[in-house]
Design a protein around this ligand. Structure first.
Ligand code: CP
Ligand code: NVA
Length: 309
């Protein structure tokens, strides 16, 4: 049984297999409507239970559509609809019931430990749909989008992240190790990435650079990523944090430091970290990026369900 919890723990050959499968399936369904199933219906009769402890638009819909296109279905739970937590039912019992009724469990949580606990008690695959410390399904999908647009391996590209050192960046750092690409990070001084993760990554990828200057991170970039300054789990003085990121807003002046054909990506939802001119420019590929979540989730599901060809 395979879980999909952190990119760091998934072998690169499996990650590449997931992306290859995505390419084939995306191509094969060009003429199909969104709710039509893939011809081989590989997950016919399977149920993915998903639970969101925090808001979600894209992850929720993309998993719903992904398993639907593979022939299965989803059931979406809100934590306050269960007995778990305040209701007094233990996580262990909850996990056992989920494993009895469902075939897979996708969890978006505000507690990293909860992922670990569910992993220990579930006997079905667990997928991390965002935690305070990572967002692996997003970043794997972003690797797919980059390679689809640039038509080359991400290992040959200069990737820049300009913004907060958050869960999405943590997964991007892990991806830079797995897929071996150059990663330049631009963030304010007090917001450097997590030291333990960085130390681990730097022993495996010599091409990770941190700049406390946005323009330096953007130089020669093929792709510039950003994300909200205030994440869902952020319990900070919002006004203060936003003002510390003023010099890290992605605008056209900053984009000019990058390559001419540099693209802009953002997992969404957005805040004020990108100005509208860039966000709605031709360089911005955020809508394709969001759409690709469906295609990549499908292969992640097949991987977890042991059906990857
Ligand atoms: N990018 C992303 O995960 O979006 P949602 O929070 O809407 O799921
Ligand atoms: N970093 C953001 C990502 C949202 C998809 C958050 O955690 O809120």
């Amino acid at each position: 049984m395979k879980h999909f919890i952190n990119l760091k723990d998934i072998p690169i050959k499996d990650l590449k297999k997931i992306l290859n499968e995505t390419k084939k399936r995306k191509k094969a369904r060009k003429k199909l409507n969104i709710l039509e199933t893939d011809k081989d219906v590989p997950l016919k009769g399977k149920l993915l239970v998903q639970m969101f402890e925090k808001p979600s638009l894209r992850t929720r819909l993309s998993f719903y559509l992904a398993i639907k296109q593979l022939g299965g279905g989803t059931l979406t739970l809100r934590p306050n609809e269960l007995h778990l937590g305040d209701g007094g039912e233990s996580l262990e019992d909850t996990a056992k019931i989920l494993s009895t009724y469902g075939d897979g469990f996708m969890l978006r949580t505000d507690d990293n430990k909860k992922l670990e606990s569910f992993k220990n008690f579930l006997s079905i695959p667990l997928i991390n749909g965002l935690s305070p410390s990572s967002h692996p399904t997003q970043v794997l999908s972003d690797v797919f989008t980059v390679e689809e647009i640039k038509k080359k391996s991400i290992s040959k590209l200069n990737i820049a992240w300009i913004g907060d050192s958050n869960n999405v960046l943590n997964s991007l750092i892990a991806a830079s190790v797995k897929f071996d690409f150059k990663l330049s990070i631009g963030c304010p001084k007090n917001y450097n990435p997590r030291e333990d993760l960085l130390n681990w990554a730097k022993t495996k990828n010599k091409n990770i650079y941190i700049y406390n200057d946005a323009s330096k991170a953007a130089i020669n970039a093929d792709v510039i990523f950003s994300d909200k300054v205030i994440s869902l789990n952020d319990k900070v003085n919002k006004g203060k944090k936003l003002s510390q990121f003023k010099k890290f807003i992605i605008n056209q002046k900053l984009m000019r430091f990058a390559k001419k054909d540099c693209i802009f990506l953002h997992c969404l939802p957005r805040g004020s970290e990108v100005d509208e001119k860039v966000f709605f420019s031709k360089q911005s590929k955020v809508w394709l990026q969001a759409l690709n979540r469906i295609h990549v989730q499908k292969s992640i599901l097949l991987y977890c369900f042991g059906k990857l060809r």
